[in-house]
Design a protein around this ligand. Structure first.
Ligand code: FES
Length: 110
Protein backbone atom coordinates (compact mmCIF):
# COMPACT_ATOMS: atom_id res chain seq x y z
CA UNK A 1 0.00 0.00 0.00
CA UNK A 2 1.16 3.50 -0.78
CA UNK A 3 -1.26 5.75 1.07
CA UNK A 4 -0.89 9.47 0.47
CA UNK A 5 -2.84 12.37 1.90
CA UNK A 6 -4.99 14.08 -0.70
CA UNK A 7 -6.66 16.94 1.16
CA UNK A 8 -9.32 17.61 3.75
CA UNK A 9 -12.86 16.78 2.70
CA UNK A 10 -13.71 20.42 3.36
CA UNK A 11 -11.05 21.57 0.87
CA UNK A 12 -13.35 20.56 -1.95
CA UNK A 13 -16.79 22.07 -2.40
CA UNK A 14 -19.65 19.60 -2.29
CA UNK A 15 -20.68 18.33 -5.75
CA UNK A 16 -17.47 19.54 -7.32
CA UNK A 17 -14.25 18.21 -8.83
CA UNK A 18 -10.62 19.19 -8.44
CA UNK A 19 -7.59 18.12 -10.48
CA UNK A 20 -4.59 17.20 -8.37
CA UNK A 21 -1.24 15.46 -8.64
CA UNK A 22 -0.45 12.92 -5.92
CA UNK A 23 3.06 11.43 -5.90
CA UNK A 24 3.46 12.43 -9.56
CA UNK A 25 0.15 10.82 -10.55
CA UNK A 26 -2.54 13.06 -12.02
CA UNK A 27 -5.95 12.39 -10.52
CA UNK A 28 -9.40 13.90 -10.40
CA UNK A 29 -10.85 14.27 -6.90
CA UNK A 30 -14.63 14.34 -6.71
CA UNK A 31 -16.70 15.17 -3.64
CA UNK A 32 -20.29 14.18 -3.08
CA UNK A 33 -21.39 14.97 0.46
CA UNK A 34 -19.01 13.22 2.83
CA UNK A 35 -17.80 10.87 0.08
CA UNK A 36 -14.65 11.70 -1.83
CA UNK A 37 -13.69 9.66 -4.88
CA UNK A 38 -10.34 9.73 -6.65
CA UNK A 39 -10.23 8.66 -10.29
CA UNK A 40 -7.87 8.89 -13.28
CA UNK A 41 -8.34 12.29 -14.94
CA UNK A 42 -9.12 11.05 -18.46
CA UNK A 43 -12.39 9.67 -19.82
CA UNK A 44 -12.43 5.87 -20.34
CA UNK A 45 -13.65 6.48 -23.92
CA UNK A 46 -10.94 8.83 -25.21
CA UNK A 47 -8.36 11.08 -23.60
CA UNK A 48 -10.79 13.86 -22.78
CA UNK A 49 -10.27 15.53 -19.40
CA UNK A 50 -13.15 14.59 -17.13
CA UNK A 51 -12.52 17.78 -15.15
CA UNK A 52 -14.22 19.52 -18.07
CA UNK A 53 -17.27 17.33 -17.61
CA UNK A 54 -20.39 17.84 -15.53
CA UNK A 55 -20.91 16.45 -12.06
CA UNK A 56 -24.32 16.79 -10.41
CA UNK A 57 -23.41 15.16 -7.12
CA UNK A 58 -24.23 11.62 -8.27
CA UNK A 59 -23.59 11.33 -12.00
CA UNK A 60 -20.43 12.33 -13.85
CA UNK A 61 -20.91 13.21 -17.51
CA UNK A 62 -18.15 13.56 -20.09
CA UNK A 63 -19.32 16.35 -22.36
CA UNK A 64 -17.46 15.07 -25.43
CA UNK A 65 -19.77 12.12 -26.24
CA UNK A 66 -22.00 12.20 -23.14
CA UNK A 67 -20.86 8.98 -21.52
CA UNK A 68 -22.04 8.93 -17.91
CA UNK A 69 -21.14 7.12 -14.69
CA UNK A 70 -22.50 6.68 -11.20
CA UNK A 71 -19.69 8.14 -9.12
CA UNK A 72 -20.51 5.93 -6.13
CA UNK A 73 -19.47 2.70 -7.82
CA UNK A 74 -18.11 3.89 -11.17
CA UNK A 75 -20.75 1.94 -13.06
CA UNK A 76 -21.45 3.05 -16.62
CA UNK A 77 -24.84 4.61 -17.33
CA UNK A 78 -26.69 5.34 -20.55
CA UNK A 79 -24.45 4.93 -23.57
CA UNK A 80 -21.20 4.57 -21.62
CA UNK A 81 -19.44 1.33 -22.52
CA UNK A 82 -16.84 1.13 -19.77
CA UNK A 83 -16.77 1.76 -16.03
CA UNK A 84 -14.69 4.37 -14.25
CA UNK A 85 -11.54 3.18 -12.54
CA UNK A 86 -11.34 4.36 -8.95
CA UNK A 87 -8.45 4.60 -6.57
CA UNK A 88 -8.84 3.07 -3.14
CA UNK A 89 -9.51 5.84 -0.62
CA UNK A 90 -10.08 6.19 3.09
CA UNK A 91 -10.80 9.03 5.47
CA UNK A 92 -9.38 9.81 8.90
CA UNK A 93 -10.41 12.83 10.97
CA UNK A 94 -11.78 14.63 7.93
CA UNK A 95 -8.70 14.01 5.80
CA UNK A 96 -8.77 11.99 2.61
CA UNK A 97 -6.08 9.44 1.78
CA UNK A 98 -5.57 7.59 -1.49
CA UNK A 99 -3.65 4.45 -2.30
CA UNK A 100 -1.44 5.32 -5.28
CA UNK A 101 0.58 2.12 -5.22
CA UNK A 102 -0.28 1.65 -8.90
CA UNK A 103 -1.34 4.32 -11.39
CA UNK A 104 -4.72 3.50 -12.90
CA UNK A 105 -5.26 4.14 -16.60
CA UNK A 106 -7.44 3.00 -19.46
CA UNK A 107 -6.45 1.19 -22.62
CA UNK A 108 -7.44 3.05 -25.74
CA UNK A 109 -7.86 1.60 -29.23
CA UNK A 110 -6.00 4.40 -30.98
S1 FES B 1 -14.33 11.14 -24.80
FE1 FES B 1 -15.60 11.06 -23.02
S2 FES B 1 -17.43 10.24 -23.80
FE2 FES B 1 -16.13 10.20 -25.50
Amino acid sequence: MNWRKVCAVSDIDDKSMKSMTIDGIDVLVIRSGDAVNVIPPACPHMLTALAEGIFDGCVLTCTKHLWQWNIEDGAPMGQAEAPLLKYETRQEAGEVYVNVEKELSYEYDC
